[in-house]
Ligand binder design. Structure first.
Ligand SMILES: NC(=O)c1ccc[n+]([C@@H]2O[C@H](COP(=O)([O-])OP(=O)(O)OC[C@H]3O[C@@H](n4cnc5c(N)ncnc54)[C@H](OP(=O)(O)O)[C@@H]3O)[C@@H](O)[C@H]2O)c1
Length: 438
């Protein structure tokens, strides 16, 4: 097979990028692979739409079904986004024995196991490098580069939009809402931003990474997720005073000894990261993933996690693998996912343990502190530091406590009691702290 005919289903941001990348580097790719990749069809919804990447008119179609069924098409790239139609497209192609490349993290995270089984039944493969961290080849890292390692921890900044917003809030002292509007104007955030700012996008990516690292598929509903809407400039400022930066961090590591020994903790939530840690320095739209291997030690991967060209680069890498597999008839050379941990489980979030940052709004009068510290002591929660910034007007002042390791359950219980104190006003703010010590 010297030539592979490709259909791109979805000619938007990523689809346009893939088309453009193949036009630009098609010859180079062909000489590296010994196979030429020929785009035979690009499927879109609206033929009249003005596109920032010009696609030859004769290639455009709106009928994904007949394109996928076309016997001249050897390989299908699904880039329509969403889950419903995307799943139909992927299932149709796999059922026909055609390999599929996708960038769709929601689809893989939610339906990965079902689709991998379908690929296997039909002696073909499903490739999804672009579904996590765009241009960073992190799926290859976990499946191939680190195959000889157990993976004790993965920490990731997996959503460029959130990282951009948090970076600007810190740099400028601005509120979340204003920075979000700016990010939308600049094209760094969608008009409907919830998938990004509520942590859903990062949750899907974390689920995929966690599953590959731990050998059992982790569905989205088992992942604790919190977005960044509740982060205020005050939290960013106080964290800085304490030597930390707030990041939307994906954390995948063994749950602490208090729970089941083989259980893992997997979450995506705002987290205080020490300023001296490399992840604290990841700015703007960049992604970074910090992975430990029991043989290799610490490793770090950094780059653009989204955008037309970065994502296209990952899709083309999968295309190359898929084309080589077609040529050599090795569809199962690198299976999409190999389950290898029968007793793997996700620890219930309430049982997981971490240090915390707690910000309270308290009445500035003697005795306030002792009431709060008494409740924490009763819950067996130790305090590592306290700051009460000067210069606040009125009789209310912020009080910030850093507490040692506590389970989410006991922390929630203590905070509920603290909230009910007459000297405490408003909702306490609790943010997880990650000191990268275990
Ligand atoms: N954008 C990124 O930076 C990025 C990064 C990593 C992964 N991804 C993933 O890549 C996928 C595509 O994202 P995107 O940003 O490229 O989306 P997009 O810009 O909205 O493009 C979607 C494309 O699919 C077409 N389409 C949608 N429904 C269709 C249907 N029923 N029939 C035919 N065509 C249909 C649209 O047609 P029209 O053009 O006519 O509307 C458009 O060309 C998603 O799964 C996303 O999560 C994106």
């Amino acid at each position: 097979m010297g030539k592979v005919n490709v259909a791109i289903i979805g000619g938007g941001t990523v689809g346009g990028g893939v088309y453009q990348a193949l036009k630009k580097n098609g010859r180079l790719i062909a000489s590296r692979l010994g196979i030429s990749l020929s785009v035979r069809s690009v499927v879109v919804r609206d033929l009249q739409k003005t596109r920032n990447v010009k696609i030859a008119k004769k290639l455009l179609s709106t009928d994904w079904k007949s394109v996928v069924e076309d016997p001249k098409i050897h390989l299908v790239i699904e880039l329509v986004g969403g889950v419903r139609t995307a799943k139909q497209i992927v299932k149709k192609a796999l059922a026909l024995g055609k390999p599929v490349v996708t960038a769709n993290k929601a689809l893989i995270s939610e339906f990965g196991e079902e689709l991998f089984a379908l690929a296997d039944e039909n002696n073909t493969n499903l490739y999804y490098e672009a579904s996590v961290a765009g241009g960073i080849p992190i799926i290859k890292v976990l499946r191939e580069g680190l195959i000889g390692n157990r993976i004790p921890y993965i920490y990731g900044i997996l959503n460029g939009t959130c990282n951009y917003i948090l970076t600007r809030m810190k740099r400028e002292g601005s509120e979340f809402g204003g920075v979000l509007e700016d990010a939308q104007r600049l094209g760094y955030a969608e008009a409907e931003p919830s998938l990004d700012v509520d942590g859903i996008d990062a949750m899907h990516k974390a689920g995929i990474l966690g599953s590959l690292a731990h050998g059992f598929w982790i569905p989205p509903e088992q992942i604790h997720v919190e977005g960044i809407r509740g982060i205020s400039p005050l939290d960013i400022q106080f964290s800085e005073q304490l030597g930390y930066t707030i990041k939307l961090l994906a954390t995948i590591k063994p749950a602490k000894k208090t729970s089941d020994s083989c259980a893992i903790q997997i979450s995506v939530c705002p987290t205080l990261v020490p300023n001296h840690h490399v992840l604290a320095g990841v700015q703007d739209v960049f992604n970074a993933i910090f992975i430990g291997g029991d043989i290799v030690g610490e490793t770090l991967y950094y780059g653009r996690g989204a955008g037309q060209d970065a994502t296209a680069s990952a899709v083309v890498s999968d295309l190359a693998d898929a084309a080589l597999d077609l040529k050599h008839d090795t569809h199962n050379r690198i299976p999409p996912f190999v389950p290898h941990s029968e007793d793997g489980i996700v620890a219930p979030w309430e049982k997981t343990v971490a240090p915390f940052y707690l910000r309270l709004n308290v009445v500035d009068r003697p005795g306030t502190m002792s009431k709060i510290t008494a409740i924490l002591a009763e819950s067996n929660i130790g305090i590592s530091s306290i700051i009460q910034p000067e210069g606040h007007e009125g009789d209310m002042v912020p009080l910030i406590l850093m507490v040692h390791d506590a389970s989410i359950e006991s922390m929630n219980h203590a905070v509920e009691l603290i909230r009910k104190l007459k000297v405490v006003r408003g909702i306490p703010k609790v943010i997880r702290v990650e000191n990268f010590e275990d």
